[in-house]
Design a protein around this ligand. Sequence first.
Ligand SMILES: N[C@@H](CCC(=O)N[C@@H](CS)C(=O)NCC(=O)O)C(=O)O
Length: 218
Amino acid sequence: MAPKLYGSKASPPVRSVLMCAKALGLELELVPINFQAGEHLSNEFLKKNPQHTIPVLEDDDGFVVPDSHAINGYLVAKYGKDDSLYPKEDYKLKATIDHRLHFDSSILFSRASAISRPLILKGIKPTQEKFDDLKEALGFLERIFTENKTDFVAGNKPTIADFSIVSSVTSYSGLVPYTDFPNVKAYIERFQKLPCYEANKEGLTELENYFTILLKKA
Ligand SMILES: N[C@@H](CCC(=O)N[C@@H](CS)C(=O)NCC(=O)O)C(=O)O
């Protein structure tokens, strides 16, 4: 039985897991969660994730993991042919990957979500300050590449940190264009050539169309 992934393809963190699964050659069963119908607030879903966010993974033995960053680490450990996407033994590389994952969680996606969450859930138009905060976060990412001169965000090979950063950066490009940041632009273009990027495409288009409609209404 394929592990279940609760969520929607439009969600950036859900797509980070879809890219990870694609890179691992792992099939997941996507179980849709409808925000408009309040399914994320149902008792059944809150038992799996009290924070009521998607994605949530439910493995074939019933083990539940909320949060895309935690899910991707788990998937590599359980289903990876090797641990190159999230190495256990190379503790320095692992620390760098962990930094990028926390950067996504606490800064990049968090600032992007400060724009999209009120817009999606309450139709509230984002203030300029929120856009400026996200632009600053992209500036931090630009600087990571300027200083380290690596092909990917934690070195010269893709890791789970790239799934998170790429899904966040591409998702908000219509609001704050990453193309204004030359190193970030080159990085995204490099990552888009990988076969796993395919898993980001459909949901990204869905989200972009959704943003266009919501911003017109707000
Ligand atoms: N750190 C979490 C963030 C997940 C998240 O915020 N997901 C959004 C959708 S993109 C959500 O479920 N929001 C519903 C809510 O906050 O109630 C992760 O990486 O999984």
